[in-house]
Design a protein. Sequence first.
Length: 357
Amino acid sequence: MARKIVKRGPKDYRRAEVLDGGRRIRIDLDDYTKAPGDFGVFDPATAKYTRVGEVTLIDEDQKFVERLLDPSGSTPLDLGPIVDWTPDVFFEPAAVRGNYQEVHVPTDYGAAPAWLFEAANTDVWVIHIHGSWTDRAIMFRDVHAFSSLGFTSLVPTFRSDAEVSPPQAESSHLGQTEWRDVESAVSYAVAHGAKRIVLSGWSMGGTMALLTAERSAHRDKIVGLVLVGPVTSWRKAITAGAVRARVPAVGAALVIRLLEAPLFARMLGLEEPIDFDALDWVDVANRVEVPTLVLHSTADQEVPWEISDAFQRANPVAVTLISLPESHHTQEWNASPSAFSSALTRWVSNTILTKQS
């Protein structure tokens, strides 16, 4: 269980085939592939992505689902036989916003690649922070949601990302060390003219955003946090995961104690033991001082809504919690891009821009 928490897991491939001359896809049925909204599939044989849309058929007996394929894309006539299912629907930076460039953010381990989406407003920057064992492309949805506000966006990589060369971290530190890479991105933004910074973190990216807001040398420039399905208490998230996996509560408590132990942490490839007190904004009242928006689906089972609800109650002055249509973990945008973007832009306009104008 401890290894599953801090180590990258194997790809969860599904069987798939293209039907009707490229108009539909048939794919293995599960809770993710039948979810409403737009998603993507990655074909490892061709290294190409394809956007997947509306569900047209669910066959519970034969365990497959059929969905429309994006007619505007270059849909392959042959796909599979196995694919990786992804919530990313843009696949490349140019599909989100045309004006972008690849830049390199100085870090304590070297230069980390990042995408910079330049906008008319170069005073306000958004740092888009992805979660564990994903990559920066997963944040294209977040860049899209912020687009109407006209801010400059920076999408950096972190030490555990496969893109980083030479490889740095083989184990996730649950945000405890990774936040320093967010700090490097903040420093890059300030060095290039940012006067106000919004940190937008998804899942473990929320942990990293919260730590950066507390510890950054540029705290005075961080004016807001936007957190999507965030991990605001790793103790509670691990305990919830244990319950979902039908592991006794004592098992979760033991794993937490082991991850706090220096010797066991080293056995798992961690640079330092996990300080769970430092990664908890639920059991400490009013720890959050920066205006914070939390967007979260009440159907999230990986990081349950109840954790965000407790987070908001522990930080009632700083934190605004908005529930979004039912979706899986960090797939709130996929379920309803309009609801997601509207809630985000309304809060930013009313909470950050109004106060700073």
